[in-house]
Write a protein that binds this ligand. Structure first.
Ligand code: GDP
Ligand code: MG
Length: 457
């Protein structure tokens, strides 16, 4: 399912994450990769151009600089793809008393299979569900539905002899009253011809379903757009189920086409069995084609929950070569709950790109350490915070602080060492080209090396 698009997105995300500079070349490279992947997923070329133009335009925004630029680009990529496959998750709303869901679509779209799938889905969720078969054209239609329902133990109402679907509906209408959800399977045609339009219009009038769901097979790709809009014109359909997502690489075409016609995709079919149905959630769909781990790291990068004001102040202090224990503490506080030292690294201008070069154990989770440090700084006097050097001269102070913070004096020494190192880093940062929050690659490599060696926890 959209494997190529997934791997292209993954590749792009990695490229951005690893890039030292987000410059025109990188943006160009990424949009090219993306274009190729979208086209191979059968997304309409005009739409592809629209998407990549938008990414290029927004990514080149000169107002966004440095670290934020990379986060911005990753988020932009993610959000743009999310939007074209449907944006926010839409839910099929059930009626309070009884919900009638009528399935529509051409031959082989997957209506009959979907009828069983939906029935099982709602039945599992405690709804009393029944299926009624109104496909009177295909001789085997009623048998197929009956067999599908038998497998999943769902009541199935059919009449193999009757050729008028309205009559079948009326025959069972009373009996169906006791169900919470009724799934209505209808007949298809080779195309949406006059006969089919008139049939579904008549059925719609007699049944008055709250949901008219169009089944579309994913393999038709972009052609889904025409189909969805034709059905919409004929009967004002209010949702889509895309079937056979498992058997094609073209699903991008069907998904984006539906989005263009404003018909929300509620479900996707991912196999022939009744359990092969999924609620369509664009966000988790992307996370799956990206690979779960990737999305988590991606969102972590993007949603770095740092207090903007504190960050501004820190940046200013750093630029002036100042970095007090107080600054360190406010950084620690803003990180509590996140517990990831890499966050601290990201807040130091120029450092975030060096992060990629640091060994994992250094930037690993440091929740405990951060808590301890917080306690230590809280146990210091104002004088000690402003002038930590006195702690080196008057070591008896260490014992007092350790007692207050519930730790060893070695923990305090470690914090002081760390603080000195960050301060040193900040000082050397004065030489950095801070215009874009970035420094030269040479400078950065030098510092990363130094930092990587010294930074022991
Ligand atoms: P209908 O003519 O619209 O009622 O379509 P059917 O429900 O009879 O489905 C047509 C064919 O597609 C059947 O062979 C189904 O087994 C198959 N099919 C339906 N949904 C899926 C799906 O999600 N995945 C796969 N692989 N096959 C499906
Ligand atoms: Mg059928």
């Amino acid at each position: 399912m959209l494997d190529k698009l997934g791997s292209a997105l993954k590749k792009a995300t990695n490229k951005i994450a690893k890039a030292i500079f987000v410059d025109k070349n990188i943006i160009e490279e990424i949009t090219k990769d993306l274009q190729r992947a979208l086209i191979s997923a059968d997304v309409n070329v005009h739409l592809v151009k629209e998407i990549t133009d938008k990414i290029k335009r927004e990514a080149s925004d000169e107002k966004i600089k440095g670290i934020e630029k990379r986060e911005h680009l990753i988020k932009l990529l993610h959000d743009t793809i999310l939007e074209i496959i449907g944006g926010e998750k839409k839910e099929l709303i059930l009626d309070k008393k009884q919900t009638k869901i009528m399935l529509l679509g051409l031959y082989g779209a997957g209506k009959t299979t979907a009828a069983g799938k939906l029935a099982l889905y709602y039945n599992k969720r405690g709804k009393k569900t029944a299926v009624i078969g109104l496909d009177v054209h295909r001789p085997a239609a009623a048998d197929q539905l009956e067999q599908n329902c038998k497998k999943i133990n769902i009541p199935c109402f059919i009449n193999k002899k009757e050729k008028n679907p309205i009559k079948i509906w009326n025959e069972y209408k009373k009996e169906l009253d006791k169900y919470d959800i009724i799934i209505i399977d209808t007949a298809g045609r080779h195309s949406l011809d006059k006969e089919l339009v008139s049939e579904i219009k008549t059925l719609n009038k007699a049944i008055n379903p709250s949901h008219k769901i169009l089944a579309i097979q994913a393999d038709i790709g972009q052609a889904a757009k025409q189909q969805a809009s034709e059905f919409q014109k004929a009967l004002d359909i209010n949702g889509v189920i895309i079937t056979r997502m498992d058997s094609t690489a073209k699903a991008g075409g069907a998904l984006t086409a539906c989005y263009e016609t404003n018909a929300p995709v509620y479900f996707i079919g991912t196999g022939e069995k009744a359990i092969d149905l999924e609620v369509f959630n664009p966000e988790s769909f992307i996370s799956r084609i990206l690979g779960m781990g990737d999305l988590e790291s991606l969102m972590e990068k993007v949603q770095t929950a740092v207090d903007k004001e504190t960050q501004k102040k820190l940046k200013k202090n750093l630029e002036q070569g100042k970095f007090t224990l107080r600054d360190l503490q406010s950084q620690l506080q803003s990180m509590s709950g996140m517990g990831n030292l890499s966050k601290l690294a990201e807040m130091i201008p120029g450092f975030s790109s060096a992060k990629a070069k640091l060994p994992e154990n250094i930037i690993g989770t440091q929740e405990e350490k951060i808590k301890k440090w917080n306690h230590i700084i809280n146990s210091m006097t104002q004088e000690e915070i402003e002038n930590p050097e006195i702690l080196e001269k008057q070591t008896t102070r260490l014992g007092r602080i350790a007692k207050g913070a519930g730790c060893n004096t070695s923990d305090i020494r470690q914090l002081l060492k760390q603080y000195k190192m960050i301060k040193e880093f900040a000082k050397s940062g004065q030489d950095m080209d801070m215009s874009g929050g970035m420094m030269s690659q040479k400078q950065m490599m030098k510092l990363a090396k130094k930092f990587g060696k010294k930074m022991k926890f």
